[in-house]
Design a protein around this ligand. Structure first.
Ligand SMILES: Cc1cc2nc3c(=O)[nH]c(=O)nc-3n(C[C@H](O)[C@H](O)[C@H](O)COP(=O)(O)OP(=O)(O)OC[C@H]3O[C@@H](n4cnc5c(N)ncnc54)[C@H](O)[C@@H]3O)c2cc1C
Length: 419
């Protein structure tokens, strides 16, 4: 007989999102809150992020990833959250039934509410149609981070990093400090994929070249990587083959984006937003299936872990209280330079403040953020690497509601201000 466990809130994933959501759910009054984590320790990806820079917003302190995670593990335990480690959630139904493979064997869980906090996985070579054979020496940046920071192995001596996402930038510095030579970071786009502060602190400070607007055509080598071939892009975005060059190296790291881990969400049949790769949610983080919520990187890829914590705490509070959602729903769609918007739905009767997140499609100078035509924020500069989070104020929301037409749809726009 398979044991059946009944909980008020089941949280899937014990990364920073799951930890904050579970703690908030308990503090909001939920009796039994259980977190299911497939790894042997809580913290998600943070235990392998040993550099500092975490917690500047939440604690006004510069913490390392393990330190940041530890604070939330302690908080969750003190709040009475139940931890199920080495416990992989195998399935999730729309009726909020989970099957979990745990050290006690297979367990079935029925939950009044579920919080999805499964995080992301990294894109790999096949995801970007990387050419060449499959020699040893190609790693995702996160795998290399784990090898160096947790297992104590150096993946190679002469390294090229493909893609300029934050994890790749951080690994460029890390490998340099460990004695490897990072010969280049190669980026397809004309601007970096990671935060400006990481470009400065991880590449410029160490003299590591950033080759923008360059395609990586192939990885060379049969048994072990011997080099990569790159070429600049012309103004139409095609590689100029006559200017292709080979960079000799023994290791290639891929830092080419993250994919929200939504296999369980698909299984449950909830609506996903193709722009974010995450669930479509309302302002409380509730998905299209009542009682199932989502937060953290599984909802949208975040730039800073502090924002993951803020978002997940708010979602956890809703999941832990038994309040029903608001009245009439308004659809929220991105416009102008906005690539996506979270949440995708708002209740007309909601009480501000609430938070809206977006990212832009391309870098721009001073820009305004408009909701339903009302300016709700300004930014001196906008970049695709940086999330824009705006707390909508009560006064602005009243103005927005006055502008809503009968179609019940609101546009979230980011527009560059013309001088
Ligand atoms: C490799 C990598 C390195 C990163 N480095 C940095 C960095 O240096 N600095 C920074 O600010 N941000 C970094 N990030 C971004 C970071 O992911 C987020 O800021 C934050 O960790 C996201 O929190 P999360 O809880 O949503 O996801 P995660 O931290 O990814 O946690 C998700 C958890 O869910 C668990 N899980 C998934 N599916 C299941 C399942 N079916 N059953 C049970 N458990 C499950 C996973 O094992 C994991 O522990 C990195 C991300 C990655 C992928």
């Amino acid at each position: 007989m398979i044991p059946l466990l009944s909980v008020d809130v089941a949280v899937i994933g014990a990364g920073p999102a799951g930890l904050a959501a579970a703690t908030a759910a308990r503090q909001a009054g939920a009796e039994r809150v259980a977190v299911f984590e497939r790894l042997g320790e809580p913290g998600g990806i943070l235990p392998q992020c040993i550099h500092n820079g975490f917690g500047l917003h939440v604690f006004q302190e510069e913490l390392t990833g393990p330190e940041y995670a530890e604070r939330f593990v302690v908080q969750a335990r003190e709040a009475g959250v139940e931890f199920w480690l080495n416990s992989m959630v195998l399935s999730l139904s729309a009726e909020r039934r989970l099957s979990v493979m745990s050290p006690q064997g297979l367990v079935h869980v029925e939950a009044a509410r579920v919080v999805l906090a499964m995080g992301c996985r990294e894109r790999t070579g096949p995801n970007i149609l990387l050419g060449g054979a499959r020699p040893a020496g190609v790693f995702t940046a996160g795998t290399a981070q784990r090898l160096v920071n947790v297992e104590g192995y150096l993946p190679g001596r002469e390294v090229v990093i493909v893609g300029s996402g934050d994890i790749g930038l951080i690994m460029a510095r890390r490998l340099t400090l460990e004695g490897a030579r990072v010969k280049a970071v190669v980026e397809l786009l004309p601007y970096p994929g990671g935060l400006a502060r990481n470009v400065r602190q991880c590449l410029e400070d160490f003299g590591i070249p950033l080759r923008l607007a360059h395609a990586t055509l192939s990885v060379e080598g049969r048994r072990r990587v011997s080099g990569v071939v790159i070429a600049p892009l012309d103004e139409t975005g095609r590689p100029v083959l006559s200017r292709a060059e080979q960079i000799p190296c023994d290791t290639v790291l891929l830092s080419v984006g993250l994919i929200p881990e939504n296999e369980l969400s698909r299984q449950a049949g909830l609506e996903l937003d193709p722009r974010t790769g995450g669930a479509a949610v309302d302002e409380r983080g509730e998905t299209s299936i009542p009682g199932i919520f989502a937060c953290g990187n599984v909802l949208q890829v975040h730039d800073l872990v502090d924002y993951v914590t803020a978002e997940a705490s708010a979602v956890g509070r809703w999941a832990g209280s038994s309040q029903a959602s608001g009245s009439r729903e308004l659809a929220l769609v991105p416009g102008g330079n906005a690539r996506y918007v979270v949440p995708q739905r708002l209740s007309a009767g909601l009480v501000p403040p609430f938070t809206i997140s977006t990212r832009v499609q391309r870098p721009a100078g001073a820009s305004v953020v408009r909701l339903g035509g009302v300016v709700i924020a300004r930014r001196a500069v906008v970049r695709p690497a940086e999330m824009i989070r705006v707390d909508v104020k009560p006064g602005d929301w009243t103005k927005v509601l006055a502008e809503v037409g009968s179609e019940g749809c609101l546009r979230l726009e980011v527009e560059e201000e013309r001088p």
